[in-house]
Design a binder for this molecule. Structure first.
Ligand code: NAD
Length: 299
């Protein structure tokens, strides 16, 4: 069983699991960023967002990112293109931001409307401004252990584990989902030197998923399958992190059956209020790091 003795000071669920509160940690990080930027004399640190089309959730995500950027004393720029924008128009918008020395981070909100080639658009973002960490160059740096931006959602998971004192070294971790956005980078981060978990990558063709998950001291669910992880997937005392978001008739639902799992887990994220806010917090941290890499903010 995982030792959670360091977790004694934190808020707990009714079942006794530590609540890994992403809203709270995001607010702490935003306040730290604000303090750091203000203390440096408020140089402009600018996050640019690009929204193409009229996907409602995407619009909400972008608005939240801009709102939190302002709270962190950052400036945001926003470029919006219609759903019928041509590939060339989107690429031109990103090229402009890439060459603008006043922009330190570029976030292209995905998914792009059907028919547009997202990879070709992302390729135009220089590594320093790739605050989402999704371009092949950033991913390559992550694989090779070189400095660069790390994708925000799996990085947010690592920040939660760290903040809530969940031990990683010597533990077994299971990540459900193998996307380049979440699952794959999550595996790399958990297995990194210094973190030293032993991660297993599970996916839709993994046999006996439940038995695999039962081995995990740290279980990260990023499948996008509503309430896939029930209490009988969870090793007693494990840390369970819910990344999945499914829109159902009951509203937004995570991959984790929170009510049942919090009775068994040692620590658990709420959904909403867990990994979502942390994704934004890490985006803003990456933006400040980008400004540093570009020499626009004191090292
Ligand atoms: P994806 O569809 O690209 O990947 C899903 C992965 O889950 C695939 O590798 C698939 O093999 C695996 N999978 C699907 N069903 C499974 C099952 N029944 N058993 C085992 N594995 C299964 O999705 P993604 O982009 O990685 O996103 C995953 C989820 O996380 C989605 O719900 C998405 O909305 C959500 N998400 C949340 C945040 C956040 O900030 N919380 C950020 C990004 C994505």
């Amino acid at each position: 069983m995982t030792e959670h003795s360091q977790l004694d000071d934190f808020e707990r669920t009714g079942g006794g699991a530590v609540l890994m509160d992403g809203n709270r940690l995001r607010d702490e990080i935003v306040a730290e960023l604000n303090a750091e930027i203000t203390a440096a004399g408020s140089p402009e640190v600018c996050l640019a967002t690009v929204l193409v089309g009229d996907d409602k959730p995407s619009r909400i995500y972008v608005r939240n990112k801009q709102r939190k950027a302002a709270e962190a004393a950052m400036v945001s720029r926003h470029v919006e293109l219609g759903a019928d924008a041509a590939q060339g128009e989107v690429e031109e918008a990103v090229r402009d931001l890439a060459s603008n020395p006043g922009v330190h981070g570029i976030l292209v909100q995905l998914p792009l409307p059907e028919g547009l080639d997202a990879d070709a658009v992302l390729e135009l973002i220089p590594p320093e401004k790739d605050v989402d960490g999704l371009t092949p160059r950033s991913m390559g740096r992550l694989v090779r252990g070189q400095p660069g931006h790390v994708p925000c959602t799996p990085l947010g998971v690592m920040r939660l584990l760290d903040r809530y004192g969940v031990p990683t070294s010597g533990t077994r971790a299971v990540v459900i989902g193998r996307s380049t956005l979440v699952g794959l980078p999550q595996i790399l981060l958990l297995g990194r030197k210094g973190v030293d978990a032993t991660p297993t990558l599970a996916h839709s063709r993994t046999p006996e998923l439940q038995a695999v998950c039962q081995q995990a001291d740290i279980l990260v669910a990023a499948a996008g399958m509503a309430r896939l992880v029930t209490a009988d997937y969870v090793k007693p005392g494990a840390a369970v992190i819910d990344v999945g978001i499914s829109r159902t008739a009951d509203g937004i639902v995570g991959d984790v059956d929170f009510d049942a799992v919090q009775e068994v887990a040692g620590a658990v994220t709420p959904m909403p209020g867990g990994t979502g806010p942390m994704t934004i917090a890490c985006l803003l941290q990456n933006t400040l790091a980008g400004a540093r890499m570009l020499g626009a903010f004191p090292a």
